[in-house]
Design a protein around this ligand. Structure first.
Ligand code: NAD
Length: 414
């Protein structure tokens, strides 16, 4: 199949391109490199050095013997999106290119507006361009498990049966985003569902859990590494905890640390997305997949990281700063996960082994983490209306980033 990946330069878009190429699919990508730019904006960079996209394409050719097509451009530009879809006529579009950081969307009004305008505009442009240029293509749209929030009931896959005042219906399950970013995903879901109906499009909305890991079987060379963010804005809790352990800093679960979320290894996320691509929705069908393997509380993550750190002669302590977010710190969490297993999905990676793998990589790139020690501590507060001065105080360092002596010379910072 021919697959178009929007956001191909990102944390998950890059390994997805490698995964699909390795399985014989033709892959074309789109990116405007805004994640690289925005990570710099908060004074950070990827712990793993990331080559320019042109060098990534060369590495794919030399290491895998494959060609990866690429268009540099912004999904905010409708003519660009329409042009690519018309020129490429993909069988499937995996849409990953969005502003994906909840803390970034909570910095101030400008970051909130940028997140919602960009995410909704990009998705609407793809939906209209599909209608015009490739109406039979299948859209695999990346949402998030965070759209559901933490209701005091089980979480179905998108829809549930409801009875109210004696009448019954099968309706979308209520969404309760926990940040402006999460609400942008909720609004996107409504738009994709509506477009599938009126334009007769094929659509799969993937409610993805938090992904962990740096490696997939295709990443056999440092030139093929994907990014690893560890700062408070772009890094996940697990990423930050491992970085803190490597740096000899305390591991800092926010608040009581009993917040639970669904998680999935990078490699298994790639497997899930491939299964969604290879088993398209029917014309006019909007379906929802919950994509996660297991739920962990933030405390469970912190404890595991601290325990595994011991295997690397690191002895981190765990401290609990006040939670900068507005969220339930103790709650019920029981999402359902049946649609992907029905397509043949099987979990292949366990959390502990992936955490060990991340420690092994981060210790190699420790000097890049040390230069970013200041960016792990939380400063963005959900209740503070405008924290721009805090960002200013943490401008990116002028000096070039250190590269690990044993690693190839790459182009970071990314
Ligand atoms: N990583 C996770 O744990 C996770 C969890 C749930 C959902 N998601 C979702 O998965 C998707 C991919 O996440 P990721 O972690 O790979 O993010 P990422 O930021 O690393 O990758 C997104 C890529 O899209 C590009 N991009 C963004 N806006 C663009 C635009 N307007 N035009 C062209 N390119 C643009 C960025 O430059 C970046 O390379 C996002 O939609 C995110 O919300 C991620």
């Amino acid at each position: 199949m021919k697959v178009l990946i929007t956001g191909v330069d990102g944390y998950s878009g890059w390994p997805l391109a490698l995964h699909l190429l390795a399985r014989g699919h033709e892959v074309v990508g789109i990116d405007n490199f805004v994640t690289r730019k925005r990570v710099k904006e908060v004074g950070s960079w990827s712990a793993t050095p990331i080559p320019t996209f042109a060098k990534r394409q060369v590495a794919v050719r030399e290491i895998m013997g494959k060609e990866l097509g690429f268009y540099r451009g912004d999904l905010q530009n409708y003519d660009f999106v329409h042009h690519v879809l018309q020129a490429e006529h993909p069988d499937a579009i995996v849409h990953l290119a969005e502003q994906r950081s909840a803390p970034y969307s909570m910095i101030d009004v400008h970051h909130a507006v940028a997140t919602q305008v960009e995410n909704l505009t990009g998705t609407l442009h793809i939906l209209y361009a599909m209608k015009e240029a490739c109406p039979d293509a299948h859209l695999v749209k990346m949402g998030t498990m965070g759209e559901y929030g933490t209701p005091n009931t089980d979480i179905p896959e998108g829809f549930f049966d409801v009875e109210f005042h004696g009448r019954k219906d099968h309706l979308p399950f209520p969404r309760q985003g926990g940040s402006w970013y999460h609400w942008s995903k909720v609004f996107d879901s409504g738009d994709v569902m509506f477009a599938a109906k009126i334009f007769n499009l094929r659509a799969t909305d993937v409610m993805q859990g938090v992904i962990y890991g740096i490696r997939t079987p295709e990443i056999t060379d440092d030139r093929l590494l994907t990014r690893f963010d560890f700062d408070e804005t772009w890094g996940t809790a697990l990423n930050r905890f491992i970085a803190q352990a490597v740096l000899g800093s305390p591991i800092t679960p926010y608040g009581r640390g009993e917040q639970k979320r669904g998680f999935l290894a990078l490699e298994d996320s790639m497997q899930s997305l491939r299964l969604a691509v290879e088993h398209p929705a029917a014309p006019g069908e909007y379906r929802v997949f919950n994509q996660f393997d297991a739920s962990y509380s933030v405390n469970e993550l912190a404890d595991r990281v601290a325990r595994i750190a011991g295997e690397f002669d690191l002895k981190p302590v765990i401290e609990h700063p006040a939670d900068p977010r507005v969220e339930a710190e103790q709650h019920y969490y029981q999402p359902i996960h049946e649609h992907l297993p029905a397509l043949g999905y099987r979990r292949t990676r366990e959390l502990d082994e992936v955490v060990r793998e991340i420690f092994t990589d981060l210790l190699r790139f420790r000097r890049r983490l040390e230069a970013g020690r200041h960016v792990v501590v939380p400063t963005v507060q959900w209740r503070v209306p405008d924290s721009r001065p805090l960002l200013k105080a943490r401008a990116a360092p002028e000096a070039p980033l250190p590269t690990h002596p044993g690693s190839p010379s790459l182009d970071s910072p990314a």
